[in-house]
Design a protein around this ligand. Sequence first.
Ligand SMILES: O=c1[nH]cnc2c1ncn2[C@@H]1O[C@H](CO)[C@@H](O)[C@H]1O
Length: 306
Amino acid sequence: MPRYAIIDSDTASDDTIAILLASKFFKLLGITIVAGNVKFENEIKNALFTVEYFNLDVPVFIGSSRPIMGKWRTVEEVHGNNGIGDWKIEEPKISPEKEHAIDAIIRLSKEYEGELEILAVSPLTNLALAYLKDPTIVKRIKKVWIMGGAFSRGNTTPIAEFNFWVDPEAAEIVLNAGFDITIVPWETTEDAAEITDDEWKKIESINSKASTFFINVNRTLREYSKKYEGRGSIHTDSLTATIAYDNSLILQQGEFKVDVETCSISRGAMLVDWYNFSKSKNAKIVLKADKQKFINYLFSILEQSA
Ligand SMILES: O=c1[nH]cnc2c1ncn2[C@@H]1O[C@H](CO)[C@@H](O)[C@H]1O
């Protein structure tokens, strides 16, 4: 039985690999593009390029070109000016769909009622807007996997992870909508999705079409991570796609009332009610994930796509 998914992506560096992995794990019904990592036109181009490079049969839908409140900054310093390590690529020949991403999410939730999973590895703007347009998507969407949130080691401010920080209002809407949600937060991915120097060299030596792609798109991410965070690159979106496919990667998780701060200096911080003061729960959080299993999946796909 195939599993059906949409990947919601602000396509840059690791997002492209998450798309590749998701296309192997799921019947991917669409890639929906949302504002976040880099210039919106480049995100669209990177998604189309990924589809073309790997010959994927997946439509690309253009979504929201800004967060709900519109206050954010792109992070070209993390991903490269074009979002994919400044790899010089040709203009993709394929085009995005005419249908808006929000309408595609609503339509596909009807066509695949009870079966559709959303891999949200990006700010949650598209999903929040789809929900505001048609709140009944909640009962039709089977599962929402979210890469987002930090509760101790923010990667964008001292307390905020990038995806939640870009659009905390959207995160608040999605978290409180009633979806079946599992969150893979930054701290978990920092521990389980690092590509070390050794692993980077091994990927280089695979020398397949996919490994060449991996090295090129992640080049700036790796340099940034080494220089500013003092370790290898973190492949957080790829880990989230893999966890969504194989739940045995989850070594520890809890269910909590989770919220997000929308004000001032703590904007984008994830709030976790560890001791259940609120007497309610709205999301599971993956607290520990299996790095070795993740690496095995990643390597086997990079080797396969020779
Ligand atoms: O410094 C960074 N390292 C890794 N990913 C980042 C960084 N900045 C932004 N993102 C983007 O935000 C999410 C992780 O927070 C990922 O979805 C990635 O695309």
